[in-house]
Design a protein around this ligand. Sequence first.
Ligand SMILES: [Zn+2]
Length: 351
Amino acid sequence: MRNALGLMLATVATAAIIAGTWHYFSAPRAVLASAPQTTAAYPSEQASSAKLAAKDDVDVTAALPSKVAMQQPAPAPLPLPVPAVQKTACANPDALGISRTVVVDTTGGPGFGMDHFKQFDFLTDHEVVLTFDDGPWPRNTPAVLKALADECTTGIFFSIGKHALYHPEILRQVLAAGHVVGVHTWSHPNMNGKKMTDDLAKDELEKGISAVKFALETNPAPFFRFPQLQHRPATVAYLGTRNVAMFSCDIDSFDFRSKDPEQVINTVMTGLEKKGKGIILMHDFQKHTAEALPTLLRRLKAGVYKVVAMRPKVTLESLPEYDAMIGQDSKLPTTMTNARPLSSVIQTISQ
Ligand SMILES: [Zn+2]
């Protein structure tokens, strides 16, 4: 009887596992998929990350260290293209944190941000994505990094290529802190401007990619935002061929014209009250944003808003001819240490 009961229980358990697996594999595959972990990713972190690597689809946040510890040991992961959201447990028990992480398959150049791209409405009510443009920049970008670290949360930084070469050490700090670094052109032109051509627009994009890569000393994320949200149709099509995701926004902070930090906060919170969720556009380049962020993150927490981390499935390869241009422009050595094709490295995510 005990054997029969045991067999029955085992059968039920097996059926449940199969059902769960079937549910996953049979579910419609959107561009986005919930990522199972926010664990470490840098090669240098492999040793410590191996024991933290999640095997299931439990969203892990830094605020839940016990959940991480409960994960089953996994084989040492391949180096992931982007670093961990959090390297260590969050020291702030009341932190805003990260509610979930999604991995983005950028094949074909999907667009995000409902102001321009309505196809992938992946955020649920009260979910937000924090994005910061135009950096890196002294003082302001580090202040933004500190505010995010204090709240154990994360964002996407769309860097201007020129700024990346002015301050590569700051951009590397952004990446090292666990944030995602995307590209925002080489020199921030209006891509629909009168003097712009399709070829010049391509140059702006590719040179920006090479510059950000040069500064980071590794590939950026295949995430791009058009300056002033000027989506040039030919460039949109080209981004599709490069498998680069485009980011518009849902809530524009208009921080570049805010008269003080309070106005930045009010604009974002008012926008969120109207829309309930969304990708928030800010600028780590802007002093008022840097000053506003500690309070803004507290307001998000008080409003029960939840931060979603977006991670690319693979990184973005630059083009050699543009890498060569960057070497000349930056007056830095043109030899890149990044000989390994990182695009061949894919996150080992089981979900
Ligand atoms: Zn910009």
